[in-house]
Ligand binder design. Structure first.
Ligand SMILES: *Cc1c(COP(=O)(O)O)cnc(C)c1O
Length: 455
């Protein structure tokens, strides 16, 4: 290790607290947590201070889209730097934010007409929740005060977005601080008692939603859901037709629909937005992660004219939406987001993605044959590989064995950087990954799973 890297790690351990990280073990080789400090990026790779290269197998936590240091985004941010880095969006506008809003509305489901900016996925969901709540209050439906969400959901870590989350490991301790919601069992075919066809399963799961709606719709502002795939829960895939049925139920019972596309948006599922797969028109669309191509923090909550117009009135009626962040609609981030969208057009990203999704599916078949792989779930470029101790009984590995984590550590030795969700190995490569890199990613992960689950 170079003296420079040694010093950085020493300072990191002395001054830094990392998210979702047991700091007692971080940087401790014996505890299996070697420290890596990233210095630069080259297309689909990360380079650390030791000059080691890694395929960015989870797109720097699901947000990188076209690779690192893409010339077009680099140029756009630099150009914006020559104009202004930041000005407030509270009662004031800026050039790239306006242009981006117009672009987003052009791409989103046709019923959406307004863009509200914030700076993280958690905030995008929180904004949708507050808007939905205030909407019904303004409409005189005062009893509508709660929400319906799915078990295993993940919508962020702020208290509002965590209230809608259903992953106990993350949020259990904060329960006393969270607001109560109605929770419905989410689709998870592999571990559900139901056995039958995909379309039947979609009906069964939707019926679980309807059960709650039928009884409590007069108290419910909105249903919140991740479309097609629940990401942080371990890539839990929904049966085809489920999202469309949930959307129909929302309309039937007079409840708004909040679709959280923070992870699925911007090409991840093979279409620009996951909603398109089932022609769903949500009342709120939450976007973040890939919105800037993985460059800068930015998020957006898109909504309808119907919701927006309920907030209109004279100043002294105080119907305005009282929410905003210092860096809402940051011009540098919006410039990066505009360039991100231009690349989709110029490079035909989605068209080029189609054969790569197929290739990935093929490569996963081999992994699916491994002895300790229980289930492989893929939607476009989102993949979860669930490791189990016993394939026949689906008995999970005990969490203490850290099998998932060990696979990802071993993968680093072969030049692949990924991050697991418990016993689920996650693959979320940048859309720009080359076929050769994609094959390498799957080969390395297959080998590493084999080695780690052999004993
Ligand atoms: C990552 C994620 C969030 C939270 O986004 P942050 O930018 O990390 O706050 C919310 N919803 C989903 C579906 C996500 O994957």
């Amino acid at each position: 290790m170079t003296p420079e890297t040694k010093r950085l790690i020493r300072w990191d351990k002395k001054y830094v607290w990392h998210p979702f990280t047991q700091m007692k073990e971080w940087g401790d080789e014996k505890a299996g947590q070697p420290a890596v400090v990233i210095e630069k990026g080259e297309r689909n790779r990360l380079v650390d201070t030791e000059g080691r290269r890694y395929l960015d197998g989870v797109s720097s936590l699901w947000c990188n889209v076209h690779g690192h240091r893409h010339a077009r985004i680099d140029r756009a941010v630099k150009k914006q730097l020559g104009l202004i880095a930041h000005s407030t969006f509270l009662g004031l506008s800026n050039v790239p934010a306006v242009e981006l809003a117009r672009k987003l509305i052009g791409l989103a489901p046709k019923n959406l007409s307004k863009v509200f900016y914030s700076d993280s996925g958690s905030a995008a969901v929180e904004v949708a929740v507050k808007m939905a709540f205030q909407y019904w209050q303004l409409k005189g439906r005062r009893r509508k005060k709660t929400f319906l969400n799915l078990r295993n959901a993940y919508h962020g870590d702020t208290l509002g977005s965590a209230s809608l989350g259903g992953i106990d490991l993350f949020h259990e301790i904060f329960k006393p601080l969270l607001f109560k919601t109605y929770q419905v069992k989410a689709p998870y075919y592999y571990r559900d008692e139901f056995r039958g066809s995909e379309s039947r399963y979609a009906q069964v799961c939707a019926a679980r939603v309807e059960q709650v709606l039928k009884k409590h719709h007069s108290r419910i502002c909105a249903i919140v859901a991740e479309p097609l795939m629940q990401g942080a829960a371990g890539m839990l895939k929904q049966p085809r037709g489920y999202l469309a049925q949930v959307s129909r139920l929302a309309k039937k019972y007079g409840v708004l629909l909040i679709v959280d596309e923070v992870a699925t948006g911007f090409g991840r599922t093979g279409k620009m937005f996951a909603c398109e797969h089932e022609e769903v028109r949500p009342d709120f669309l939450c976007l973040a992660k890939g919105i800037t191509g993985g460059y800068l923090p930015l998020s957006a909550t898109l909504t309808t004219e119907q919701v927006y117009s309920a907030f209109l009135g004279k100043y002294e009626e105080f119907k305005a939406f009282f929410h905003g962040h210092t860096y809402s609609a940051n011009p540098l981030a919006c410039a990066a987001a505009l360039a991100n969208l231009e690349i989709f057009e110029k490079e035909k990203t989605l068209q080029k993605l189609r054969p790569k999704i197929k290739l990935l599916g093929e490569a996963l078949k081999k992994i699916n044959g491994l002895e300790h792989v229980g289930d492989v779930r893929q939607v476009g470029f989102m993949v979860g590989i669930e490791l189990v101790r016993d394939r026949a009984t689906k008995e999970p590995y005990p969490m203490q064995e850290k099998r998932g984590y060990r696979v990802t550590l071993l993968a680093r030795k072969y030049g692949v950087m990924i991050r697991p969700l418990g016993n689920v190995i996650v693959l979320m490569p940048p859309l720009s990954i080359t076929p050769a890199e994609l094959r390498k990613l799957c080969r390395v992960i297959g080998d590493c799973i084999q080695q780690v689950t052999d004993k």
